[in-house]
Structures are given as C-alpha cells and as structure tokens.
Ligand binder design. Sequence first.
Ligand code: GLN
Length: 304
Amino acid sequence: MDYQQLIERLYQETKDLAASGKVASYIPALADVPANSFAISVKTCKNELFNVGDHRIPFSIQSISKVFTFILAFKIIGPEIWNRIGREPSGSAFNSLIQLEIEQGVPRNPLINAGAIVVADILVSLIKNPKQKLLEFVRSLADDDNILYDKGVAASEKETGHRNYALAHFMKSFGTITNPVEEVLDLYFHQCSLAMNTDQLARAFLFLANEGTNPFTKEEILNPSRAKRLKALMLTTGMYNESGDFAFRVGIPAKSGVGGGIVAIIPNQLSIAVWSPPLNAAGNSVAGIEALERFTTYSEKSIF
Ligand code: GLN
C-alpha cells in the first residue's frame, strides 16, 4: 500500500469540504486558528511515517487528551475506574448535563467532558503533580520532549468554561468529584490545551495499534486486554454522539477534539491523525471525518 500517494489523494479530495464546518469559537483562543489548516499523518507499526499538509504545526488536541488521562488513571486503579464512570455511549453532546441528573452524577463514559472531569479528579487524588506527570507521559508516548501545554488556550478556557464548571459542581453535589473543583478543572483545562501536531499524535497512539506495547521501545503501556477495552471505548464513544455514524462510515476506533484533530488506529497496522479545524454540529472535524472515511474505503482496511 502506497500510503503517501493515498493521503495526498485524500488531501486533495477533502480539503475544500471543511468550508461547510465552523471553527470552535466557544473557547475564544481556538477561534484564531486558520480554518484552512489541514494535515494528515500516518505512522505504521513498521516505523514508517507518511504525512501531508500542515503536519508540523501544533494545534490544541482538546478532547483527544481524554484518552491520555484515562490511560494514566486506568493504569493505576484498573477496573475500579468503573465504580466511578460508565462505559456506554452517551447519545448526547460531549458537554451535556442532562443525563447526569438522571444517573446520579455518574458520567456515561470517560471520553465525554463529565467522564474526563472525573478522571481528572482521580488523577488529582493519586498523583502529586498530575500536570507534570501527564506532560511527561504524552512526551514519552510521542517520543518528543518539545510537546507543551498552550497556556493561552488553558487560560482562555478557564475564563469561559462555564459548562465545565457547571458539570464539575453538579457532580460534586453527588459526591462524584472529591477534590476542589478549581484544582480538578485546572488539570482538565491544561490537558485540553496540550499542543501537538499530527505527526506527534500518530506516534503517540501507535502503541494502541500494537496491542498496547510501543513497537519501538517495547514498553508495555497497557496490557493487551486493557488496550482492547480502550479501543472498544474509542469505537463506541470516541466521537461523542456521532460515534455510531463514524463506526458505520469509517469503521475504526478513533478520538476527536474540538481543535479539529482526530486520531484513529487500525489494529496491527497503523495509526492515523488528521487535523482540519472546521467542525460539524457534533463538534467533530468535517474534513477529518471525510478523509478518514476515504482512507478506510480506498485502502479497504477497517476493523470490520
Ligand atoms: N476543552 C473542550 C471542552 O471542555 C473539550 C471538548 C472537546 O474537544 N470536545 O469543552
């Protein structure tokens, strides 16, 4: 398979489709990102890297970070995590409050905001300096010490993240959040502000295509059973309330963020990261989904 030729074709075919989406502006710092940014990177288990477009430009990974924090917490407390968070698709928006009241403050899954805020609470309880630990973890996964938090994005979200404050306080009223809301959200806003490019994201997720073990360093990040569970979660919840449609159209586990990034994996083969900031109504990158759909269609590779 000539991945370089394939992603160049996807780039040409899908770059103009971004025009029907809208760059996230509810976090003011995200609104400044050029809407026509577009990048695709593929990293294979054979250590090949293919890329096209703005693959060197870091962007705000936003909800993609929910996978990194979940891994950290899952590594430490294992299946106990399911005492605090569910593992069902939510069927509602990533920042919805509605289900939480009916379900006694227990979030549906770790890849929506409420679930990730509970994960952040777990990390604040268990780790002395969780921001530093998270940064080191992401740097080691991507094998790149240049990855940083974007302080401007974190501050912008802190100022305007009223819904996340509402979610956190609401959950605290049920006892689901155990630490001070300010402290938990400081970690949450920082994780969302992590700035990475598509090359770094594809590298950081490759271990999931290799049953949980980094194929180059041979370090086990998650054991194969836990890696399987995380991939199942990504497939069923990684694209929020568009996860079913994404599985139908693209057919691989993935995670998106409102910065316009999506990262996905094909087990035993590769990871692929795309970035195009304009989003659809569910908060997922319009051109990113199109590119991934064509990637699995043209290559005839998916998990199904
Ligand atoms: N930081 C964003 C928020 O909390 C993350 C949401 C997302 O990427 N879907 O609203």
